[in-house]
Write a protein that binds this ligand. Structure first.
Ligand SMILES: Cc1ncc(C[n+]2csc(CCOP(=O)(O)OP(=O)(O)O)c2C)c(N)n1
Ligand SMILES: [Mg+2]
Length: 413
């Protein structure tokens, strides 16, 4: 049992990586037949990441995929027909033909938040989901993915910082596939390991070989357990290579041929197959059975998608604006009474406190209604060189009317 992974788990990982690639190969064919309505992205060569990370989650956990995470959807339980119909904008798709790529989720059953195209925006969203799960006592972990390019957005940093201070049970997978469109990673990040970005937020991080599904799974499993135990968020950098252009339209001529060649030798499916053969977990017959199972399934799913109707024209103007209860049924599941958590009558105990909160001076010189303690200089000035806290003295308080006068005075200036 290498890395604490059972034979069956190794075979599952293999199956899902093969399914991931076969689903995408089928969509390339559909794209070339002009049957795909929107853009088509590829995760070829990155299957071990989507599959290995999602496989480390429990059923109750939540994830939010990005464009190269079809493998994660399959592991979570999305049937291939949903992926085909969605990309073909069919009426039978999860969005009933309203979207031509991957913008769909399943909040009720599979716990999937729809992708957000703005890179990084899923980080604060999934931090929020993690916090909501904690509030409800569900003990869930949330996960999303980001690229090397996406890790340079402002919201990546704001979101990760927020997750860190909130100790959110959240795992972020950073897929370093060496390219963001045509920009090589070295031209946009001055770091050897993008996992080092975690240091700025005081959170745990790991760097893994993104083409080794066993390593990806074992490390993510550990990170998920740490997040679930309340240790705060974890960042995992998975090093890999984008083996196609950004999307179907991009021939990726700017990528040196030798680079593709190097990574082709490290294809994650071939590597895992080699491992399974060596361990005698898989023989030629077993492999043929898996191939046949995938072919049969995808034949059936593709047929369903191809024979599905496009949305009727009159459907175009429905579902555009929310109309209330007949639009969506998602509503908060309150497990504390609303009055208990509604300020100012809140009876719930705060989970954090700030020393000195409410006792400092505002910039106008008056007592500030909300202030995170005095600055060291202010306290030192008054106490003749040393901060009040260090002297064990209470900061001097002004009366409310003095404070009001000071605020009015500032407003007039
Ligand atoms: C905030 C934001 N900026 C720009 C884009 C346009 N865009 C979409 S994908 C992409 C490249 C992303 O590169 P990377 O994060 O490395 O992910 P990869 O495509 O390699 O998986 C860009 C710039 C966007 N969607 N969101
Ligand atoms: Mg990239």
């Amino acid at each position: 049992m290498k890395l604490g992974i059972t034979k069956q788990q190794h075979l599952d990982l293999y199956y899902y990586m093969r399914l991931n690639r076969a689903v995408e190969d089928t969509m390339v064919k559909l794209f070339r037949q002009n049957k795909i309505v929107g853009g088509l992205y590829s995760s070829e060569g990155q299957e071990a990441i989507s599959v290995g990370t999602a496989y480390a989650l429990e059923r109750k956990d939540w994830l939010a995929p990005m464009i190269r995470n079809i493998g994660a959807l399959l592991v979570k339980g999305v049937p291939p027909r949903d992926i085909f119909t969605q990309h073909m904008a069919k009426y039978t798709s999860p969005t009933r033909g309203k979207d031509g790529t991957s913008h769909f989720g399943d909040l009720q059953n599979l716990h999937i938040v729809s992708p957000i195209s703005m890179l990084g925006d899923l980080i604060p969203v999934m931090t929020g989901v993690a916090m909501a799960g904690r509030y409800l006592g569900h003990q869930i972990v949330t996960m999303t993915w980001i690229g090397d390019g996406g890790s340079s957005t402002g919201v990546f940093h704001e979101g990760l910082n927020f997750a860190a201070v909130q100790k959110a049970p959240f795992v972020l997978i950073l897929e370093n596939n060496q390219w963001a469109y045509s920009t090589p990673v070295k031209k946009q990040v001055p770091l050897e390991n993008l996992a080092d970005r975690a240091k700025a937020y005081g959170i745990r991080s790991y760097t893994v070989d993104g083409n080794d599904v066993g390593e990806v799974y074992a490390t993510t499993k550990k990170a998920v357990a740490q997040a679930r135990a309340g240790d705060g968020p974890v960042l995992i950098e998975a090093k890999t290579m984008r083996m196609r252009g950004h999307a179907q339209h991009d021939s990726a001529d700017y990528v040196p041929g030798a680079m593709f060649e190097h990574w082709r030798q490290r294809d994650p499916i071939a590597l895992h197959e080699k491992f399974l053969r060596k361990e005698k977990f898989l023989d030629a017959r077993g492999q043929a059975e898996i191939t046949a199972k995938i072919e049969t399934l995808l034949h059936q799913e593709r047929d369903f998608a191809e024979n599905s109707p496009m949305p009727p024209p009159e459907f175009a103007d429905s579902g555009v604006y929310c109309t209330g209860d007949d639009c969506h049924k998602v509503s908060a599941v309150w497990q504390r009474s609303k009055s208990e958590v509604s300020p100012p009558r809140s009876g719930s105990t705060a989970v954090w406190s700030v020393k000195g909160f409410g006792s400092g001076k505002g910039s106008s010189g008056g007592t500030a209604p909300i202030h995170f303690g005095e600055t060291r200089d202010q306290a030192a000035d008054r106490a003749g060189g040393e901060p009040a806290a260090a002297l064990g003295k209470k900061p001097r308080k002004k009366s409310a009317s003095t404070a009001k006068r000071a605020v009015r005075g500032k407003a007039r200036r």
